[in-house]
Design a protein around this ligand. Structure first.
Ligand code: C5P
Length: 219
């Protein structure tokens, strides 16, 4: 029997990770943060890796092995046996991730890694192209959206809670630049799948968004 896959896509700062964790807990299955995979690759390879040639990138990525363990909010994503930590959670690494995410060679590598995790586990899979490119046959697909002002505010609070204070206006500009690049790339751009349920979360509380997701899955 195919495994249960719930896809959760949407732009930066919309609250996908928070919702993916909660929903995975509710369903007692792991969640997969695919943004963390792009961030980890960008972080490991370092600034400017997006200008390397394809063979060099392929060679480096051949040494990368992503694994997932645990369930619900305690799902752990590791790269080569080491848990991916908070060092990837800055807007700068987010932009590096967006830069490497434009490269077909990186997307092909991660597509294989993500699908192989999806072959082994039921998942709440969150990212940009989960419903469109990676798990097009998933039975439950959601696209979360919100205004850029609200998303910058949410990211601001999240970074502050992690002890990484940022400037709100600057965050807004960075998020806008990253979204533009994510929406306009040729391979697997950020967009809702045709059969996804879109939820505008701008004026919704976390509880309301969560309830909308649970309702959608119960249907
Ligand atoms: O979700 P997060 O902000 O951690 O993602 C970082 C970047 O990784 C995104 O801006 C996007 O460019 C890229 N990404 C992607 N496809 C995914 C997940 C993330 O292109 N499925």
């Amino acid at each position: 029997m195919p495994k249960l896959i719930v896809t959760l896509d949407g732009p930066a700062g919309v609250g996908k990770s928070t919702m993916a964790k909660q929903l995975a807990k509710e369903l007692s299955i792991p969640y997969l943060d695919t943004g963390a995979m792009f961030r980890a690759i960008a972080w490991k390879l370092g600034e400017g890796a997006w200008r390397w040639d394809e063979t060099e990138l392929e060679g480096e990525m051949a040494g990368f092995d992503f694994t997932l363990s645990g369930v619900g909010e305690t799902s752990i994503l590791s790269l080569n046996g080491v848990e991916i930590g908070d060092e990837i959670r800055t807007e700068q690494v987010g932009m590096w991730a967006s830069n490497v995410a434009t490269l077909p060679v990186v997307r092909t590598f991660l597509k294989q890694a993500q699908r192989s995790i999806g072959d082994r586990f039921a998942l709440v899979a969150e990212g940009r192209d989960m419903g469109t490119a990676i798990f097009p046959d998933a039975p439950y697909k959601f696209f979360l959206d919100a205004t850029v002002e609200e998303r910058a505010r949410r990211r601001f609070l999240q970074l502050r809670d992690m002890g990484k204070p940022a400037e709100l206006e600057e965050l807004k500009e960075q998020i806008e630049a990253r979204d533009l690049q994510d929406r306009s790339r040729t391979v697997a751009p950020l967009k809702p799948a045709d059969d996804a349920i879109t939820i505008d979360t701008t004026d919704l509380s976390k509880t309301e968004v969560f309830e909308a997701l649970v309702q959608g899955v119960k249907k």
